[in-house]
Design a protein around this ligand. Structure first.
Ligand SMILES: [Mg+2]
Length: 434
C-alpha cells in the first residue's frame, strides 16, 4: 500500500509539515525543555492551547483545547507564551530549504508547505531522494528541528500522507494503491471535512471513505448539493486536480482571537478588526494578492458561533476596506445580548494584485489608515514588535460563484465548512493577549 523505494514520475507533490512546530522551536532555544510535557499558549481561564509537545500529547493535550482542560489533563506541563516573531524567523528558514529542491512551493501556514517536485525529479533522482533531502536539510538549517513528509500524486494525498507517520516520518503514497489507502479511513480525513460535515455524513450512515464511495454520488448530492457532493466524491477517490502556481482564489488569510474577557461590540471590537485588517492587508501586499471575499467569525459567550461572508464587486488590498467590511458584517450579527468571546476576520477569494482593478468600494469614505504610506509605517512597526502570526490555508476549490456584486455567499453550513480553509495544527488558532 505505501511503497518505500521506487522512482515514479507520478509522485510529484510533497507536503512538508514541521512536527509540533512552536513547541519544537521552544525546545531548540531552551534544551532544558527537551523531553518534557510542554504547552505553548496562555494557561489562563480563557486561554487555548496553541501547540503541545509530543510529551504533552501523551496526556491527551492537543492544540485548540481550552487551557483549563489542558491543565487538568497534565498539571505538570510547562507553559510558554507563543513567540510569533521567532517562529516567523524559523519559518523563513524552512521555506528557504524547501526552495532548494524546487522553485514552486506553496506555504499553507508558517510550518507547512506543498512542494511541486515534478520538475526536480530527474535532478534529485526521484521523489524519495527529495523527501530525504528535505528532512536532512531542515534538520541542518534549523539546528535540529524535524519535519514530516508526505509524497503523493496530488496535494490532498500528500497532506494526508505527511500526517500518517508523525513525528519525523516520511510516507509515500503508492499511486496504484490509493483506494486501499483511503477506504478504511474515517470521512473526517477528507480535506475540508470538519466536525459539522463529519456529523452530517455520520447521520446518513457514512463513517469511512469506503462507505462514502459505496453510498454513491447521488446520496451526497441530495444531502449536500452538487458542488460539495462532487468535491467529496473526487477526494474520496483520491482525485485532486489542484495545481501549483495557479494564482486563483485558492487561498485565504485570516486572523482570529479569543479574548481574555468577553468584549462587546464597539471600541474593543473595532480595535480588533482594525488590527486584523492591517495584518491581513500587510500580508496581501507582501504576497501580491487582492481579496474579493471577506469572512467574519464571531463566537458569543454561550459558545454559539456565527460566520458571515461578503463578496465585494472589486478585489481590494487595503486595510480600510477590510476594516469597514468586517465592521459591517459584525453589525449585522445578532449577538443575542451576549458578549463576544472570539472574533476572526479573514480574506478569501484571493486574486493576483497584478490584475488591474478600479478603486475600492469605500473610496468615497475617509478612513485614516487608507493612506499607503501610513499603512506601510504600521506594517513596519508591526514587524519590529513581532506581529502575531497569520493563519492561512488553501480551500479545496474556488468558492462557489456568487452573483456579480452579490452581497453574501449564502451557502449551507456544510458547504461553508468544506470550503473553509484548513491549516496546520500548529497554527490553527492564535491566542493573543488583548
Ligand atoms: Mg505542523
Amino acid at each position: 500500500m505505501l511503497h518505500s523505494d521506487r522512482f515514479d514520475p507520478r509522485l510529484k507533490v510533497i507536503h512538508a509539515d514541521m512536527d509540533a512546530f512552536f513547541a519544537a522551536v521552544e525546545v531548540l532555544d531552551d534544551p532544558s525543555l527537551s523531553g518534557k510535557p510542554l504547552v505553548i499558549g496562555h494557561p489562563g481561564p480563557r486561554g487555548v492551547v496553541s501547540t503541545a509537545s509530543y510529551e504533552a500529547r501523551q496526556f491527551g493535550v492537543h492544540s485548540a483545547m481550552p487551557s483549563t482542560e489542558a491543565l487538568r489533563r497534565c498539571p505538570e506541563a510547562i507553559w510558554r507564551s507563543p513567540r510569533g516573531k521567532r517562529y516567523g524567523e524559523v519559518s523563513r528558514i524552512i521555506m528557504e530549504v524547501f526552495r532548494e529542491f524546487t522553485p514552486t512551493i506553496e506555504p499553507l501556514s508558517v510550518d507547512e508547505a506543498f512542494l511541486d517536485i515534478s520538475g526536480s525529479l530527474k535532478l534529485f533522482h526521484g521523489a524519495l531522494a527529495i523527501g530525504e533531502g528535505v528532512r536532512r536539510r531542515v534538520h541542518e538549517a534549523t539546528g535540529g528541528l524535524t519535519v514530516s513528509i508526505g509524497i503523493a500524486p496530488n496535494k490532498f494525498l500528500a497532506k494526508l500522507a505527511s500526517d500518517l507517520d508523525k513525528p519525523d516520518g516520511m510516507t509515500v503514497v503508492d499511486p496504484d494503491g490509493i483506494q486501499e489507502l483511503l477506504d478504511p479511513l474515517p470521512v473526517k480525513k477528507i480535506w475540508g471535512v470538519g466536525p459539522r460535515m463529519t456529523e452530517a455524513l455520520h447521520q446518513i450512515g457514512l463513517k469511512t471513505i469506503q462507505d462514502l464511495r459505496k453510498g454513491g454520488v447521488d446520496l451526497l448530492q441530495r444531502r449536500f448539493g452538487e458542488n460539495s457532493a462532487h468535491r467529496l466524491w473526487n477526494l474520496a477517490h483520491g482525485r485532486d486536480e489542484r495545481g501549483f502556481g495557479d494564482r486563483s482564489p485558492a487561498k485565504s488569510i485570516s486572523t482570529e482571537n479569543t479574548f481574555s474577557k468577553d468584549i462587546s461590540r464597539g471600541p474593543a471590537s473595532d480595535r480588533f478588526l482594525r488590527n486584523s485588517a492591517e495584518e491581513i492587508a500587510e500580508s496581501l501586499r507582501r504576497e501580491g494578492w487582492r481579496t474579493r471575499t471577506l469572512r467574519l467569525k464571531v463566537r458569543i459567550s454561550s459558545f454559539e458561533t456565527f460566520t458571515r461572508s461578503k463578496t465585494l464587486e472589486t478585489p481590494i488590498q487595503d486595510a480600510a476596506t477590510l476594516y469597514q467590511t468586517g465592521r459591517e458584517m459584525l453589525r449585522d450579527v445578532d449577538l443575542k445580548g451576549e458578549g463576544i468571546r472570539l472574533l476572526g476576520l479573514g480574506a478569501a477569494g484571493l486574486v493576483s494584485a497584478d490584475e488591474p482593478v478600479q478603486n475600492s468600494l469605500f473610496s468615497d469614505e475617509s478612513v485614516p489608515i487608507r493612506d499607503e504610506k501610513v499603512t506601510r509605517l504600521i506594517d513596519q512597526a508591526m514587524t519590529e514588535t513581532g506581529s502575531p502570526l497569520l493563519k492561512r490555508g488553501s480551500v479545496v476549490t474556488p468558492p462557489p460563484e456568487t452573483s456579480r456584486g452579490g452581497r453574501r455567499a449564502a451557502t449551507a453550513d456544510e458547504e461553508e465548512e468544506l470550503r473553509r480553509s484548513t491549516s496546520s495544527e500548529d497554527s490553527q488558532r492564535k491566542d493573543r493577549k488583548p
